[in-house]
Design a protein around this ligand. Structure first.
Ligand code: BG6
Length: 466
């Protein structure tokens, strides 16, 4: 038996987002975001045709939910403000009901000893702004900065940990490369790059506004990072392929957000393919001078790649996969429900990379978790879901977080995805991730799973034995 003790004041908790948890009720003043709209025109794209209006009703249940967070060991919790709830037209008038809701939600968390971590953007652009092109349009950057400033002014006295975006690469790749987010385009790398660039610029401008307000808090970004492993470390071509995929999917955001500039190898490719984004004079200085205070790392799975087997045809629409092939490693451990590889050491490799190559910036694991289908089959006589697989998953990842901290990583916490089962984009309620189950057929009834009780103990003991 070994004891895994974590640093004092380690953040134990979970992450969620406004659009995936709040739900909508008549008269709440929220407008449509891209997911509300997409669901209204193509409900069959969503698992079991369940849309975001049926997210887990935190908008009305938050007080009881916070009591469950306490019972599951939370000393911190991340959610996001819904832009389409606070400023329904994207710009202009503020919805007072949203102000009251978020004020009360954040205050209630604090009253219960749970530090609110607040993210400004979790894939949920207001439809009014998508109609003018969304993140492709520079006006969206200005609107976002105004929205961010409004949030800092309204809630900056309570919220001390802000994040400008969650996984900003996802709206770019989901919306313009692989078609799993609205506007459901595929193979549009030039647009994806413009979207990503505008998000990075918007983040830097929001950080600048935050610093100008001299509020006593920290601001960062949440990135989904997947360590990029070559099929064969001794094969130069495989290693090169892994480096390029790392540039596209990790360093594209990590470098500008932490170091203030874009990776050279990525710029070379983008110039070569003639898909540079539209950049104004001061932009690069703004990005350089407004880097993050803290990095949130979402880790689910590694990326395994090999050298391209067929040559890239430059007359086709450019794609990241022109530069590497994905490698399906035999024997890898899988989460079959989500189809994602489980590779615990990846979390350690990410933390050590941040320590060695990103100035050991303060960071934390902002998401890690395991989505499983049909968890009711694990209910035992005590009526509880016995999700031992989730306990093992967390434990095995935490051991590597612990090892990285021992070796000097500045990792300040671990948040699981997610607190209670929530609505997850086109997967809706297919895979359940929570410490707390939500019975969508029984008035959204909540019950703590075995992993929730286990996590409570880990948090109280600030570690575990295994
Ligand atoms: C993360 C996102 O990438 O993965 C969450 O930040 C999302 O919003 C989670 O719900 C799980 O993804 P999925 O598609 O399995 O539900």
């Amino acid at each position: 038996m070994a004891r895994y003790e974590f640093p004092k004041n380690f953040w134990w908790g979970s992450a969620a987002s406004g659009p995936q948890t709040e739900g909508r009720i008549e008269g709440d003043g929220k407008s449509d975001n891209i997911f509300d709209y997409w669901y209204s025109i193509e409900p069959n794209k969503f698992f079991n045709k369940i849309g975001p209006g049926n997210a887990s009703k935190v908008y009305v249940n938050y007080k009881e939910d916070i009591q469950l967070m306490k019972k599951t060991g939370h000393n911190s919790f991340r959610t996001s403000i819904q832009w389409s709830r606070l400023i329904p037209n994207g710009t202009g008038e503020i919805n007072q009901k949203a102000v009251d809701f978020y004020n009360d939600f954040f205050q209630e968390l604090k009253n219960n000893g749970i530090e609110p971590f607040v993210n400004l953007y979790h894939f949920d652009i207001p439809m009014a702004l998508q109609k003018i092109g969304g993140w492709l349009n520079r006006e969206n950057v200005d609107a976002y900065v105004q929205y961010a400033k409004t949030c800092f002014n309204l809630f900056g006295d309570k919220v001390k940990f802000w994040f400008t975006h969650n996984e900003p690469i996802v709206p770019a790749e989901g919306g313009y490369l692989y078609g799993f987010h609205y506007p459901v385009k595929t193979n549009h790398l030039k647009e994806a790059i413009q979207v990503g660039y505008n998000e990075i610029l918007a983040s830097a401008l929001a950080i600048k506004e935050y610093k100008n307000l001299n509020l006593d808090g920290k601001i960062g970004i949440i990135l989904n990072l997947s360590p990029s492993y070559p099929r064969d470390e001794n094969n130069k071509e495989d290693v090169k392929a892994a480096e390029i995929s790392d540039a596209f999917f990790n360093r594209s955001f990590l470098d500008p957000c932490v170091k203030g500039y874009f990776p050279k190898d990525l710029i070379e490719i983008i110039k070569d393919r003639d898909i540079m984004p539209y950049i104004l004079n001061d932009d690069l200085d703004i990005i350089k001078n407004n880097v993050i205070d803290i990095l949130g790392i979402n880790y689910y799975q590694p990326r395994r790649v090999k050298a391209k087997e067929s040559p890239c045809i430059k007359t086709n629409m450019p794609m990241p996969e022109d530069y590497f092939d994905n490698y399906d490693m035999p024997g890898k451990k899988m989460n079959p429900y989500r189809g994602w590889e489980i590779y615990e050491k990846g979390i350690y490799d990410l933390l050590i990379n941040v320590k060695d190559n990103y100035n050991n910036i303060p960071c934390y694991i902002s998401e890690n978790g395991m989505g499983v289908e049909n968890e009711s089959r694990f209910i035992k006589d005590d009526g509880m879901i016995h999700d031992d697989y989730r306990i093992d998953f967390i434990k095995d990842h935490l051991k590597y977080v612990h090892k990285a901290i021992k070796e000097g990583s500045n990792c300040l916490g671990y948040h699981m995805w997610t607190c209670m089962d929530n609505w997850s984009w086109i997967n809706a309620y297919k895979n359940r991730y929570g410490f707390i189950s939500v019975d969508i057929d029984n008035n959204f009834k909540r019950s703590i799973k075995k992993s929730g009780y286990w996590f409570n103990k880990v948090s109280n003991d600030n570690g575990f034995e295994d």
